[in-house]
Design a protein. Structure first.
Length: 639
């Protein structure tokens, strides 16, 4: 999990341990029903709190990097929130600090600076391995059942250094992905953010200047072109002549409050980042322009600052940099033409699927260190790279798998699909193999590389880019998905390992190659789609039966009604890529799985079942069907 912990799924084990008599659980966000957060009920014990993810997430504090942020929802403003970091193997190695909430019954992002530990506690020692975090609400005060919530514990990669001397001069939006965005909560850009393509497409925005004068004056300088949007009267988004009052024509001033951590711009139309973000509002017309806007300074260095503008629906975030800012100074790996290895755990972003336990573990691979494990279909990992020299690079991947899987994972660069890797069977999750990918052409500059997992069953150690004199390979092409006419015909389970695959409650199972022989009576079953939307299961007198069907033991046997030779109907939605079977007993794969459940008796057969086609060609398809805390996959092939 790196140095960031986001609570995303109630079914993932975040190793919550209550301290004192507090009661902590994973619950639905009280504001956003799609989000999961930690709820803490404060008990009577004054020192009660909660410990989370011990030994899982490491926070590598240093002399320059001493701050963590955490989203907090408190029933009262002015409540103390204490955070303690420890070494999970030695609790004496610790540091703690605290801050106060400023809002009641609303989310806010609190900053914890461990360079200023609490009086009477240990000073920060950056040689310690801080991999355990504990949180205490209203510490040393007895509670009476108050409920607090928290989420998103993040190590801030920039120290707060902004002052008047640094601020004076010319600034611009950082020409890199993530330099501007908007989301529902502080620090989040989940609704929209600048990507690498937008940095190029919106060059007229990234050359705008925000000029802070020594005398307190402020100027928006756009020359003759900036990025326009339809709310400004433009027919479509694009570069165009600035629209008043957001054109820099008016006079403006600024006020930097270092104690409050705010930067206020005063003057009609004057702004930082994008003009759409007004003072507490999102503009719908130029006439809505604010007379002044106060931005919260979230982080800063000598050549960059990250600011936030709150409005009634969410938060806008902007990263501004000085004209001499060099992105490579951020610590992002620079690929300079030599062999370069990016460790899998050093992601800039990770989004787990709802069934995922993706995390970091010690590796047994040559060289030691860590690898990423528990990777599931639907996970993706994103890495920010700086390419020092344009050229062609050989892509290599260090992976391990027990059984392999297909289609594996795809690799995208700035949103463009550049490679696809099918996971081989390496003989175990710590039996490592380097898989050679494509030779790809990379431009110099900052790039965003994403790995999207399309089938489960691998551990990932590192990605290597090797400078190559070979010509770049042809990029992968999107294979057309199956059509209604191609669906018609006889299908059966693919006679290979992992044709049947289930993830459930953090565990799982898949068939082996030996099972194809042992369960041959299942792998010869036919699933027949006919031109008149009729469907039939044809089992030829024998199929695989299980104890939930009333037999004494699993094995090949006579089909049990209604899951026998049976005719029904189907509908195929080519737009949504779903197949719906109608009539109790008809099914794909195995009869045990229906929409949203696994049945325990033949009498529970569903009148209809819907499958999602997640991967297909004219002669193969993999279908997915959800169950509580997981899903089943069936890989089918056409006769």
């Amino acid at each position: 999990m790196g140095s960031e912990m986001c609570i995303r799924d109630r079914y993932i084990n975040y190793d919550l341990i209550d301290l004192g008599d507090s009661l902590s659980t994973l619950v639905v966000d009280p504001v956003d029903g799609t989000n999961t957060v930690v709820s803490v009920i404060k008990g009577a014990v004054a020192q009660s709190g909660v410990q989370i993810a011990s030994g899982i997430v490491t926070y590598p504090l240093s002399e320059a990097l001493t701050r963590l942020s955490m989203r907090v929802y408190s029933p009262a403003a002015g409540t103390s929130v204490r955070m303690r970091l420890e070494d999970s193997t030695n609790s004496a190695n610790s540091v703690e600090t605290e801050t106060l909430t400023t809002l009641a019954y609303a989310w806010e992002t609190l900053i914890f600076d461990f360079s200023a530990p609490l009086e009477g506690t240990a000073d920060l020692n950056t040689n310690y391995n801080f991999d355990k975090v504990s949180v205490f609400f209203n510490y040393l005060s007895s509670g009476s059942g108050e409920t607090y919530y928290f989420d998103d514990i993040t190590m801030l990669d920039e120290a707060m250094t902004l002052n008047q001397e640094i601020l004076v001069g010319e600034w611009k939006l950082a020409p890199e992905p993530g330099s501007a965005g908007v989301g529902p909560v502080s620090g989040d850009m989940g609704w929209w953010q600048i990507d690498a393509g937008a940095v190029i497409d919106r060059a007229c925005l990234f050359d705008d200047r925000f000029i802070f004068g020594q005398d307190g004056s402020f100027t928006n300088q756009m020359d003759d072109s900036t990025w326009l949007e339809t709310w400004q009267g433009a027919a479509s988004e694009g570069c165009g002549t600035p629209v008043a009052p957001h054109d820099g024509s008016g006079s403006a001033t600024y006020d930097l409050d270092t104690e409050a951590g705010t930067l206020t711009i005063t003057g009609l139309g004057a702004h930082l980042g994008l003009p759409k973000a007004g003072d507490g509002i999102e503009l719908a017309s130029p006439e809505d322009a604010s007379e002044s806007i106060t931005y919260k300074i979230m982080a800063s260095t000598d050549d960059s600052m990250t600011i936030e503008a709150a409005y009634s629906g969410g938060f806008w975030t902007f990263k501004l940099v000085t004209l001499d800012y060099v992105p490579t100074d951020s610590g992002v790996p620079v690929l300079d033409g030599d062999d370069s290895v990016i460790q899998a755990e050093n992601w800039s972003s990770v989004i787990p699927s709802s069934q995922s336990d993706i995390g970091i573990q010690a590796t047994q691979d040559t060289g030691g260190g860590d690898n990423v494990g528990w990777i599931n279909m639907g996970d993706w990992m994103e890495y920010t790279l700086n390419i020092g020299e344009s050229g062609n690079y050989q892509m290599n991947y260090r992976i391990a798998s027990s059984g392999g899987s297909t289609p594996g994972f795809k690799i995208l660069l700035n949103g463009t699909w550049i490679d696809q890797i099918i996971m081989p069977d390496t003989g175990g999750y710590q039996n490592w193999q380097t898989v050679q990918g494509r030779v790809v052409s990379l431009d110099a500059g900052q790039q965003t590389l994403r790995i999207e997992v399309e089938s489960s069953g691998m551990n990932f150690n590192w990605l290597q880019l090797v400078a190559s004199d070979e010509e770049a390979d042809v990029l992968p092409e999107v294979i057309p998905t199956i059509t209604a006419s191609e669906l018609i015909g006889n299908w059966k389970l693919a006679p290979e390992a992992r044709a049947l695959y289930v993830v459930s409650g953090g565990g799982g199972w898949s068939n082996s190659a030996a099972d194809v022989i042992t369960r041959s009576c299942l792998f010869d079953d036919l699933f027949v789609f006919k031109a008149n939307n009729q469907f039939s299961n044809q089992m030829g007198g024998q199929t695989w039966v299980e104890t939930w069907q009333g037999v004494s033991s699993e094995g090949c046997g006579v089909p049990v009604a209604p899951h026998a030779d049976i005719d029904g109907f189907y509908s195929f939605d080519e737009e949504q890529m779903t197949i719906r079977l109608n009539r109790p007993g008809v099914h794909l794969g195995i009869p045990k799985v229906i929409t949203g459940a696994e049945i325990t008796s033949p009498s529970q057969a569903a009148s209809s079942i819907t499958y999602e086609v997640i991967n297909s060609t004219s002669s193969t398809m993999t279908v997915k069907i959800g169950i509580p805390e997981g899903y089943w996959l069936f890989k089918l092939v056409k006769e």
